[in-house]
Design a protein around this ligand. Structure first.
Ligand code: PRX
Length: 661
């Protein structure tokens, strides 16, 4: 450890012992959009009126709504007689008001020296062209359009084009495998897929088009594939089906009339992992979602005319949808869009960009912050970070050590940190500080936003007292709430509203509240694993493993990982005649990565003559976690075969370099 690192760790130690709280720094507060509790008071009086007021102020409606919330638990609508267009709100109105030249995205490619500034006027033009191009390919209102791209400006343009013509988009993260892509395209019944030749990642090329081809081969609904030329590399081509983006947009006008959409029309579907093998597709509506994304972006991130915004997520996740595309563009914010890896070419890439573009507001995941901590303060130390005013985190609980490092080394004890809790299903942030008002406690997402009502309950649905752990539930609807699961309303009702009555949304997270009413999120309490802020289901991983010819049975668990939050540990029972070797373990890890995507690659595969089961044959999931985490296993006499457990524990300890106990 360097002296500098030791120094920082000392400071952190000191801070933790003081268990300090962090009131808004006076210089920040002096200029903050929200400086007092009046919004909380307003929303507490009449939350529907609160959202309706903001809907009138922040959104341009073709037909202003007279309706507000309609709640027929568990289904809601918001502003159901209003008409609007999301791309109009993100682009046209800003250009019409004379801001066409303002930069929407400072785009930075991964290869050195590749940059492009895209203004609101240019983004509108590209959006209009690709919207007309999609229409020319036969895309109609209501048709689903798949998008499988890297982080290039054409990705938001493609999404906005879909919004412009009323075709819900289904963005699939570019790191997912062709099989995962096929599953999502099929489940959404996508008619068109937009992709690119290749992407850049860690200095190498990602074969997006080749993977898309494989996926489309198994997705009969996809009629045409639009291909953006990004790298110019050689790619397979199907002349009947494929069309180049640049050729498609060259033949059509730039003006495309934005469709008058009903507030409740679907804006997009975005798949996420649940507790079963099949990913589900939360379905988001137009008006309420846009409002929720715009309000939360503006107030939590304290957006001003001079804000330079950077949400370092990927647009393939909901964070990118809401806080790279819709929220920031609706608020006419200049943002950074970075194509590549945070460690390419070196670990100071983000800080170099913060300095170069004068980034004021930076939003990322705790897992990345922990990597920064590990790499040491010399990387940020190389750059001038004085432009930063505000920092944010999302995706998983942030440990106080990482929080304090972020505060001290990146924010230089000047920038509030907003720890924002939300989910793909919630559309936008629900629990978060407002940085000009809320006193921060490292590790806590603090309190629900104005208008949001949550609770922590026990198995029977009874609220638990402060200090006790329980299940986080949301007890009334909010505008950005998903309306259902695509094509599976029954699963929507049962998964999310089946526990404590149809009016109570079950988040799947454990939480506790302290005596000041602050919420501390404690991670998933279901079979969802959160690896580096990405959701994966144990069942999805298990189903992938049993497709391997050598595997008879498999179980997966999420174990604590100091860097990535959780790591995937798999337990495998091989078919008769198969022997377990380190090679097979490597093959199986690779197999899962290929089936689902690299984010799902298990940290370890352990082999047993059986899986840890009760005498009645039920897999003991709690025990899997204890084995994977190296905990003392206690009494294992209820097991069918206690020796199996000892052997698995030995392998786990060996895999993670623990001295066997
Ligand atoms: O467990 C919670 C965790 O991420 C889950 C939602 O994952 P996803 O739908 O992929 O969306 C991630 C980005 C919004 C939640 O159920 N989570 C998200 N934010 C936080 C968090 N856990 C603790 N603190 C957070 N700030």
């Amino acid at each position: 450890m360097s002296d500098q690192q030791a120094d920082v760790l000392d400071v952190i130690e000191g801070l933790m012992q003081e268990s300090r709280t962090f009131p808004p720094p006076p210089e920040f507060q002096a200029r903050a959009l929200v400086r007092d509790r009046s919004l909380y008071d307003e929303a507490a009086k009449d939350f529907e009126e609160f959202w309706a007021r903001l809907a009138g102020e922040l959104i341009d409606w073709f037909t202003p709504p007279t309706k507000r919330l309609e709640w027929d638990p568990p289904h809601c609508t918001w502003f159901a007689d209003g008409e609007l267009n999301v791309s109009y709100n993100c682009l046209d109105r800003h250009v019409q008001q004379g801001h066409g030249d303002q930069v929407a995205y400072h785009w930075v490619g991964e290869p050195a020296n590749e940059t492009r500034d895209v203004s609101f006027a240019e983004l509108l033009e590209e959006t209009g062209r690709i919207a007309n191009g999609l229409k020319a390919l036969g895309v109609k209102r209501g048709d689903r359009v798949g998008i499988y791209m890297g982080m290039v400006p054409e990705l938001p343009a493609a999404m906005l084009a879909c919004a412009r013509i009323g075709a819900p988009h289904v963005v699939v993260f570019g790191g997912f495998s062709s099989e995962s892509l096929a599953e999502r395209l099929q489940s959404a019944g996508a008619k068109i897929l937009i992709t690119q030749d290749e992407g850049w990642r860690k200095g190498g090329k990602v074969p997006l088009k080749a993977d898309a081809d494989e996926a489309v081969a198994g997705s009969p609904s996809v009629e045409r594939v639009v291909v953006l030329q990004r790298t110019g590399g050689d790619i397979p081509w199907n002349a009947q089906r494929d069309v180049w983006w640049h050729e498609l947009v060259a033949d059509v006008p730039a003006e495309c009339e934005p469709a008058r959409m009903n507030a409740e029309d679907t804006l997009f579907l975005l798949h996420t992992s649940g507790t079963t093998a099949k990913p589900k597709a939360p379905q988001h509506a137009t008006g309420g979602y846009l409002l929720h994304a715009a309000v939360t972006h503006r107030l939590i991130f304290d957006i001003h005319e001079d804000t330079v915004w950077w949400c370092a997520a990927d647009i393939g996740w909901v964070t990118g949808h809401s806080y790279i595309v819709y929220g920031p563009l609706a608020n006419r914010t200049t943002g950074l869009l970075y194509e590549g890896d945070p460690a390419y070419p070196d670990w100071d890439r983000h800080w170099e960009l913060v300095e170069r573009y004068g980034v004021t507001t930076y939003y990322t995941a705790p897992t990345l912050i922990r990597s920064f901590v590990k790499m040491g303060p010399a990387y940020p130390g190389r750059h001038d970070l004085s432009s930063l005013r505000l920092l944010g985190t999302v995706g998983e609980p942030i440990n106080p050590e990482a929080w304090l490092w972020y505060w001290k080394v990146i924010g230089q004890e000047r920038c509030p940190i907003v720890d924002t809790w939300w989910q793909t299903e919630t559309g936008a942030i629900l629990i978060s500080p407002l940085p000009g008002v809320t006193t921060l406690k490292p590790g806590s997402a603090t309190v629900p936003l104005p208008g949001i009502e949550v609770d922590i309950v026990d198995e029977r649905g009874t609220p638990v007292p402060p200090g006790s752990g329980g299940f986080l539930v949301i007890t009334r609807p909010w505008p950005g709430m998903f309306r259902t699961l695509w094509d599976d309303d029954e699963r929507y009702v049962e998964t999310y509203f089946g526990e404590y009555g149809r009016g109570v949304y079950v988040t799947g997270d454990g939480a506790k509240q302290d005596s000041d009413g602050y919420f501390w999120l404690m991670g998933r309490i279901d079979d969802v694993i959160n690896v580096a802020g990405h959701r994966l289901s144990t069942t999805e991983i298990e189903s992938a493993l049993v497709e391997h010819p050598a595997v008879a049975e498999a179980a997966a668990t999420g174990a604590h990982d100091p860097q990535r939050g959780q790591r995937i540990v798999c337990f495998v029972l091989l078919k008769a005649g198969q022997t377990h070797t380190p090679e097979l373990s490597g093959d199986l890890r690779e197999f899962v990565a290929e089936k689902i995507g690299k984010i799902a690659r298990p940290a370890a595969v352990l082999f047993g003559d059986d899986l840890p089961k009760t005498r009645s044959g039920k897999i003991m999931r709690r025990l899997l976690k204890d084995i994977a985490e190296g905990h003392d296993l206690g009494d294992t006499t209820t097991l069918r075969d206690a020796d199996v457990v000892e052997e698995l524990k030995r392998q786990a300890d060996e895999a993670f370099g623990r001295t066997a106990s």
